[in-house]
Design a protein around this ligand. Sequence first.
Ligand SMILES: [Zn+2]
Length: 313
Amino acid sequence: MKSLDKNRSFLYSWRQKGGSLWRNVVPNKKVSPAKKENPTRGEKEFSMREVRALYQALTQAGCVALKSNEFCEAVDKNKNGSYLIKHDIHSDLRRTFYFAEMEHDLGVNAVYFAMPEHDLSESYFGDQYMWRGFKRIVEMGHELALHLDLHQLVMRYGDLSTAVRETMEIFRKEGFAIQTANIHGNTGLRRLYGSPKALIRRMDNDTEPLKHKFPMIGSDFRKHYASLSLETLALDHGILNWIDSGFFRAGRNLNVAGNCTDNSGSLYYGVHGRNLLKTAPYSIDSEFTEKLVQYCRETTSLFLLHPQFYELP
Ligand SMILES: [Zn+2]
């Protein structure tokens, strides 16, 4: 009788502390080795250890990460094993800065695409934490580029030329000589207005815009259709390189074969638009890394990695 009471009071205080009888019979959820290593790693985050291993494997295989101008030269000279890493900086500066330091420790250079003032950057844009971080990125040997959302720029400045000039001026005043940009914008505005590529033509004498999948929607951007060329972007504004899934130098399309992206929660690698490799979600296993390295050393490749998808240890 006495021991039963004892058990009851034990159960009572255990329950008060949040204990559950069920907990012992529900099987433990399988914990991935990476998560064991860092329990704070989120379900939708790639592992830092794994991406670091990927960089190290590329370097060991003789592959070299280059900045835009060097990469352009390497592609023209068919220097296989050359690659360029693009990082879009959206709303997360802490992860971006962590990533830049990690790459620097490994001797890897990358191109960081910074947003001008934008919905995604408004919480930090223009403050000293941002400018100091960008300066450090450049000091470490990385390149700072612009993440241009053409729709938003037109809405803010009225036309593309003014928008690009003023944006470049904001960065120039802080000591940044930008030579590279992307123009993919964001999914939300693309759904509303179609592809931002419809606003850009390749050369000054072209009449058609860049090839794009999503036709212009509505009339809001009609008068900006093909209104700025990549040639003018280079000659008048100093943005020599436009890099998204392809690499254009002042309107000239470079022949880059390989493309690696983490855009949809897995890491993909393809050559000339044909997918060859894919990881399981948020997992860069050694088998993928090995195969990726074999492909990369035989060709030139662009990488798109978003620091926001990687754990912050
Ligand atoms: Zn982006």
